[in-house]
Ligand binder design. Structure first.
Ligand code: 4AD
Ligand code: MG
Length: 438
C-alpha cells in the first residue's frame, strides 16, 4: 500500500483504509483509549486506539518515544472530537525508527530555545512548522524569480565557485589550496557574469552560494549566502537594471500574495504589494533623511547599518513605503568597486545603487565600466594588477557591450519579508565565523 500524506486525508474518506508515515508528536492515555498525534510536513492526524479492541497497538503507542517515526495503517473514521473531523483507527502500528529520549530540542515546546541550540540541532528545529515554512517561502520566491527572469528573456547560468581572484576586495576572501596554488571561494560571480556579456549572452542570471569571510558577528551577514545575480547588456543606464531588481521583488511578493495564501496564513503575515515604481532616493538625500531620524552621518560618509535603519524609518514615516532605491553613490565610497561606472557628466558620482527593504540593503548593482582604458585606470587606483585578472580583462579587448547588473541577497530578502531577527534563520545550515557544523 502506498503512503498518503496527512493533508490528503479528510472526513469524506470515512471507512477508507490508508497508510501514513510520520513523527509521533505526542501520545496520551485516557482511560480506555490511547491516541497518538502523527505529524508530517503537511500537518497532523490523530490515531486512536481502543485498548479493549487492540491492547497490543495501545501498548505500542503508549511506549513509543516522542518524535519516533511510526508507520500506521488503518481506517479513516469520522469524528467530531478531533480538530480535523476524523481520526485513524489503526490495524497496524510499526515503530520504524525510534527516537532517543530526552530530545536535544523540543518540537512543540511553548518556550523557544536559544538560536544556537536550535542551530546545533537543526534537523529537529526544522521539524517545527514555523521554521519549515520559512524555506517554503524561500522556495516560492526563487520559483517566482526564475519564472519572471525567464519570461523576460534571461537564461540561468552557473559559474565557478573556486576562483583565482576576488572581485569584492581582499578583506573577505576565503583562501584555499588548489593543487598547490592559491585559490579563493567566489565572493560573487561578478567577473564571470561580466565575461559572459563579452560572450554575447546578453541576459543572464545565477542563483548560487557566495562566500565572504565576514569576521564580524551581525544579524545580517553570513559567511555563505545565496546570491541572486543578474547581468544584462545593451542597457541605456542603470535604470534598466533597477527595473529588473524591482521586477524580481515585486513578482516574488505578488506570487506569494496571490498564489500562496495558505502558506502566508501559516506564516501569520500579510503581504501588501509595494507601489511601483519603487522610490528613488539619491545618496545625499538619503543622508538627510537618515539624519532627520536621529542618525549623525556627515555628507559623503558611509550610511552604515544605523544610517540604513534610520533611513528606513524616515521613508516609512514620510511615505509609508518599505522598498526604495538609493542612487548616485559617491565615487569615494565605491572606490573598491573597481568595475563600477562613474557618471560621465559627474565623475564624483557612480551609476551605483542599492535597493533597501525596511531599513536594510538587499541589493547592490549598477552599470559597469566597459571601456578598457577607464577600467584599467580604476583598477590602478585600487592597486590591482590587471595581469592577474587575465580572462576578465581580455574580454574587454575584443568587443564588450555596455552592460550592468546586480547582486541580490536572497536571505536578506526573506529575512526582511518575514521579519526575522537574524539572517541565520533564513538559511538551512548557516555558516559564520564560529559555525561550521552542522
Ligand atoms: O553588495 P554586494 O557585496 O555586491 C556585490 O556582490 C556585487 N558583485 C553586486 C553587483 O552585481 N554589482 O552583495 C550583493 C548583495 C547585498 O546587497 C546583500 O544583499 C548580499 O548580497 N550580501 C550578503 N548577504 C548575507 N551575508 C553576507 N555576508 C552578504 N554580503 C552581501
Ligand atoms: Mg552592497
Amino acid at each position: 500500500m502506498r503512503y498518503i500524506r496527512t493533508n490528503e486525508i479528510s472526513a469524506e474518506m470515512d471507512g477508507k483504509e490508508v497508510k501514513i508515515g510520520g513523527w509521533l508528536q505526542e501520545s496520551r492515555n485516557l482511560g480506555g483509549i490511547s491516541f497518538g498525534i502523527i505529524r508530517d510536513r503537511y500537518g497532523t492526524v490523530q490515531v486512536t486506539v481502543r485498548k479493549k479492541e487492540s491492547p497490543d497497538l495501545a501498548k505500542i503507542i503508549g511506549e513509543a518515544n516522542r518524535e519516533s517515526v511510526l508507520i500506521v495503517t488503518g481506517r479513516v473514521s469520522k469524528s467530531d472530537k478531533t480538530p480535523r473531523g476524523f481520526e485513524i483507527i489503526p490495524n497496524s502500528i510499526v515503530i520504524d525508527s525510534s527516537a532517543q529520549s530526552p530530545l536535544p530540542l523540543g518540537v512543540v515546546d511553548r518556550v523557544s530555545a536559544e538560536l544556537d541550540t536550535r542551530l546545533n540541532n537543526r534537523f529537529i528545529d526544522l521539524r517545527k512548522e514555523n521554521v519549515e515554512r520559512i524555506f517554503e517561502v524561500k522556495s516560492e520566491m526563487l520559483f517566482a524569480t526564475r519564472s519572471y527572469l525567464r519570461s523576460i528573456g534571461f537564461i540561468e547560468v552557473q559559474t565557478p565557485k573556486i576562483a583565482a581572484v576576488g572581485a569584492e576586495g581582499g578583506a573577505t576572501l576565503f583562501k584555499l589550496d588548489y593543487f598547490g596554488k592559491t585559490a579563493y571561494l567566489a565572493q560573487s560571480p561578478q567577473l564571470y557574469k561580466q565575461n559572459l556579456m563579452g560572450a554575447g549572452f546578453d541576459k543572464v542570471f545565477e542563483i548560487a552560494p557566495a562566500f565572504r569571510a565576514e569576521a564580524s558577528d551581525t544579524v545580517r551577514h553570513l559567511a555563505e549566502f545565496t546570491s541572486l545575480d543578474v547581468e544584462m547588456s545593451f542597457i541605456e543606464s542603470s535604470e534598466d537594471v533597477m527595473d529588473v531588481a524591482q521586477g524580481i521583488t515585486f513578482e516574488s511578493m505578488k506570487h506569494l500574495a496571490e498564489k500562496c495564501k495558505p502558506l502566508l496564513e501559516k506564516c501569520g503575515i500579510e503581504i501588501e504589494l509595494p507601489k511601483l515604481p519603487f522610490r528613488r532616493i539619491s545618496y545625499s538625500e538619503a543622508i538627510e533623511l537618515a539624519n532627520s531620524e536621529g542618525a549623525k552621518i556627515r555628507s559623503g560618509e558611509d550610511l552604515g547599518t544605523e544610517g540604513e535603519k534610520a533611513l528606513g524609518t524616515a521613508v516609512k514615516s514620510n511615505w509609508n513605503e518599505e522598498l526604495y532605491f538609493i542612487t548616485d553613490f559617491p565615487t569615494e565610497l565605491k572606490k573598491a568597486t573597481f568595475y563600477a561606472m562613474r557618471k560621465d557628466d559627474n565623475p564624483e558620482l557612480t551609476t551605483y545603487f542599492d535597493l533597501d527593504f525596511r531599513g536594510q540593503e538587499i541589493v547592490s548593482g549598477g552599470q559597469r565600466e566597459h571601456r578598457l582604458d577607464k577600467l584599467l585606470a580604476q583598477m590602478k587606483e585600487n592597486n590591482l594588477d590587471p595581469e592577474r585578472f587575465g580572462f576578465y580583462i581580455e574580454a574587454f579587448k575584443y568587443g564588450m557591450p555596455p552592460h550592468g547588473g546586480f547582486g541580490y541577497g536572497v536571505e536578506r530578502f526573506v529575512q526582511k519579508l518575514l521579519d526575522l531577527t537574524n539572517i541565520r534563520e533564513a538559511i538551512l545550515y548557516p555558516r559564520d565565523r564560529l559555525r561550521l557544523m552542522p
